[in-house]
Design a binder for this molecule. Structure first.
Ligand SMILES: OC[C@@H]1[C@@H](O)[C@H](O)[C@@H](O)c2[nH]c(CCc3ccccc3)c[n+]21
Length: 448
């Protein structure tokens, strides 16, 4: 029987995000954020679901942490809700909001669970959106002010910090395609937003270094290995351009301090190139301790002369998929890890998200036998192990997600958790995948 053992100090974790699990959207002084606003507009979200209650983690966090403890989970990636701390995004501090995160983080640490804190997981205070949001460079300064307070409050006890979760999604889904908050549809704005977010990332890394804190700081990017539908040169170019649009634009900026020339040329021709300076790029590429990667699936591209602005379209293949309609393609994780290792100087990597949505049901015995999810996780971890065995500096893996939760535009229709949440009763049911993962953690290995 094949056994895949991971490095001795490999980080095994689970991940969530504030807006998706906390609920308590207007409790204890929390300010409105752009997802409170976006979900309140009919038509934006599946069945007009919202995060007003979600998993009620704001009130049930102790119970949820007990489940983590029972499963032997030692690392937990969470995000802090900016508007709980600064209801207006800056200035006046909401002490009750700060106290919640103190209780949460202290409870984790008291149980030997290491927190990895994401400062921004999409939930911008609405007051900042009202002044232009991330398209307004002033918001960068407010983000640095928020980060400084978090570092002062938690810098000594939080060992891993992630500045931003997925600037590409915030930029493109939120500001080009309009399917995420704040629902803007303008590519030029979207790319300026991406730039300003990256700039805020670099400024916060510099701030972290200046405070002589002992932890590690990085950024999380959603990345996907790209494949041409055929070996026709037009399809090959389409895959290259999409790779630039999704992956290289962000990887090159953060790890090399430059935007990729082919994409700068394309964006300039399309008149959507953001304004930026050499100084900006130097700040953006302030050295990070690790690169966070969120991997779910690969991207297959074909040439499409009508596709704006890339002349490239994603292809939906008839292959096994998750409930999100994303192709199950584990080798894409290996491709991505090895490409990044070779092209970006062997930077330390954390997989900050990987997981799958499936249409889970509670069976007659009250159990959730989610073998599909176990299969997905097993196959992806085997690819991760293959990358490590070939020298990739992969230091850890955070499974998305600990709990079923609010899946953005899909609302509660998509379940990613290894713990089932009955939203009517708020009952938790530990799924079979959680017990399986608990064993992987205990043995620090995968067994066939
Ligand atoms: O969709 C599952 C998770 C979200 O619940 C997380 O909040 C988010 O960090 C995250 N990113 C991705 C990959 C990029 C993506 C996000 C949303 C929609 C489509 C693609 C998948 N996920």
């Amino acid at each position: 029987m094949q056994k895949y053992t991971f490095p001795k100090d490999f980080i095994w974790g689970v991940a969530t995000a504030a807006y998706q699990i906390e609920g308590a959207h207007n409790v204890d002084g929390k300010g409105e954020n752009i997802w409170d606003r976006f979900t309140s507009i009919p038509g934006n979200i599946y069945k007009n679901h919202n995060g007003n209650v979600a998993c009620n983690h704001y009130n049930l966090y102790e119970k949820d942490i007990e489940i983590m403890e029972e499963l032997g989970i030692k690392n937990y990636r969470l995000s802090i809700s900016w508007a709980r701390i600064f209801p207006k995004g800056y200035g006046e501090i909401n002490q009750k909001g700060l106290d919640y995160y103190k209780r949460l983080i202290n409870t984790l640490i008291s149980k030997g669970i290491k927190p990895a804190v994401t400062l921004y997981h999409w939930d911008l205070p609405q007051h900042l959106q009202d002044m232009g949001g991330w398209a307004n460079r002033k918001v960068i300064d407010y983000f640095v002010e928020y980060a400084e307070l978090m570092f002062k409050e938690f810098g000594d006890v939080v060992p891993i910090w992630i500045t931003h979760n997925e600037p590409w999604v915030v930029s493109i889904l939120g500001h080009a395609w309009g399917v995420h908050a704040p629902g803007i549809k303008d590519y030029k704005t979207a790319l300026q937003v991406a730039h300003n977010i990256l700039l805020s990332h670099g400024k916060v890394v510099k701030l972290y270094r200046s405070m002589n804190l002992k932890g590690k700081i990085g950024i999380t990017l959603n990345l996907s290995s790209t494949h041409p539908l055929t070996d026709d040169e037009k399809d090959v170019r389409a895959a290259e351009v999409y790779d630039g649009f999704l992956n290289r634009w962000f990887l090159d900026a953060v790890l090399k301090g430059t935007y990729p020339e082919d994409m700068v040329k394309l964006y300039r021709e399309q008149n959507i190139l953001p304004e930026y300076t050499d100084e900006d790029m130097s700040i953006i590429s302030e050295k990070i301790d690790f690169l966070g990667i969120n991997y779910y699936t690969r991207s297959v591209l074909k040439y499409d002369e009508n596709a704006y602005p890339l002349k490239a379209s994603l292809v939906d293949l008839e292959n096994p998929k998750t409930d999100m309609g994303w192709e199950i393609y584990p080798q894409g994780l290996y491709e991505l890890l090895t490409n990044i290792h070779h092209n970006y100087g062997g930077v330390d990597i954390l997989i900050t998200e990987n997981g799958a949505a499936f249409n889970d049901i509670v069976n007659y015995k009250g159990k959730v036998v989610d073998d599909y999810r176990i299969d997905y996780l097993y196959r992806h971890l085997r690819e991760a192990h293959r990358a490590i065995s070939e020298g990739v500096n992969l230091r850890g893996y955070y499974l998305w997600s600990f709990l079923d939760n609010f899946e953005w535009a899909e609302g509660y229709a998509k379940r990613f958790g290894i713990v089932f949440v009955d939203y009517k009763t708020q009952q938790r049911i530990v799924k079979e995948s959680a017990y399986w993962y608990s064993n992987v953690i205990k043995n620090n290995s995968l067994c066939e």
